[in-house]
Ligand binder design. Sequence first.
Ligand code: BG6
Length: 506
Amino acid sequence: MENQILVIFGASGDLTKRKLIPSLFQLYEKGMLPKKFAILGVARSAYRDEQYRELLKDAFIKYTKPEEEAIVKFGEFLNLVYYQSLETTNPESYEPFKLRLQEMSTSLEIPDNYLYYLSTPPTLYEVIPKGLKAQGLHKESAFTGFRRIIIEKPFGYDLKSAQKLHKVLKGVFQESQIYRIDHYLGKETVQNILVLRFANGIFENLWNRNFIERVEVTAIENLSIEGRGGYYDKAGALRDMVQNHLAQLVALTAMEPPSVFNAESFRNEVVKVYQAFRPMSDVDIRNNVVRGQYLASTTAKGENRGYREEEGVDALSRTETYLAMKLYIDNFRWQGVPFYIRTGKQMPTKVSEIVIHFKPLAHRLFKCAGCGCNSCTKLIIRIQPDEGIQIKFGVKIPGSGFSVHQASMDFKYENVPSFSFIDAYSRLLLDGMQGDSTLFTRTDAVETSWAFFDSVLKLWEKDPEFPLYGYPAGTWGPKEADALIPDSYWTNPCKNLTNTDLYCEL
Ligand code: BG6
């Protein structure tokens, strides 16, 4: 890996303190950082390097509750960290920033390879690149080192704003320099979808409309919006989770195998899935999209605030904290197979999983005894927690007769002691440092995905009376979501959309 300087804009923000710095520290501990490497934190406040290091240390202790040994190691890691104050909207402020970068390159003997990370509010995505350009800090040439920029979602607020943002970014950087991070793609278990599908003989042959009845993609959380009301109330579940994370999970589940595995081929296949999403009319949206918002409740954990009581949230807010949706992919492989996606805040548990429901056999020979035996065969890709893969299938209940019971075979990553995970941000930061853009989202993917989901946002905007169902915080979301699944699929009495497979045990 080339030696380089990582510049983090938004250096005193939450994401930097909670995610980026701990992930970089993880890479440091594992000896995975470049030999010569420095981090330059950039924000408005006027800190000295030492003050900034103290601030990071306090945050590290607060958020990760480390052992004494880790605190000492973190102290060593902080020697790689520097700070520069910059008023991002003031073009003059970029000159001292440039000088600081040059001075660091010289004194630390690091070539001028710069990786910029925008951990800032999205409003600055259009400002900072222009500031960098004005100082020539964007250009790669035979004489300069590399210049890459990583940006965090949201990539636009809808299709139009995404296109506008891309225009600005493309006015400064080449596509090959832009790394749009979607931390779901950094998760090992998400990458494992590709290995499961494309490195095993048994699954791929069945991976199509002839054998699969439906696919469910779930990413639910038992957390509230955690003090992010200002952001979340303008975003909602569709923008926060669906257009990006859930769309990626659908893409990886549905894509065709690329002929070779590299950034271009892989990302071409992702875009083709988005292009094949069947566009929805207003009527389709009314029939296939259910949104909800959590209400105040009392659960075993205690009193839960309703969404509208959260700080920074409008008292009459109609922002969705839950979304369930049925979509179709119009291509040869998936024609007619519904994909059910859902996400929600303040649900009973935190789980992200993909469930592939295989078609039941045409003729039922044996008696069903309990949950799941009519449509016995399922493949569950557990993204988190309990990272792993589970296959559910029917087995004979011992004794007389031929009754079927649903059994399962489990693979859990945690049972393989030699596997060690690095977290999603560490993996993606490493890829950014190495210039591997495979797991980053390309402009056309963002726009194609937006083109599909935009119609939902437009209808909500046009019809403020579009139903928004309440669900008590800590429950499985609005009952209305169950109606998305046709009665004929209720082959499993324990299963419905307001529950997850995790809890569908006998
Ligand atoms: C983020 C969303 O992108 O993903 C959050 O902004 C959400 O609202 C988070 O909580 C979920 O990520 P994970 O990795 O915890 O499933």
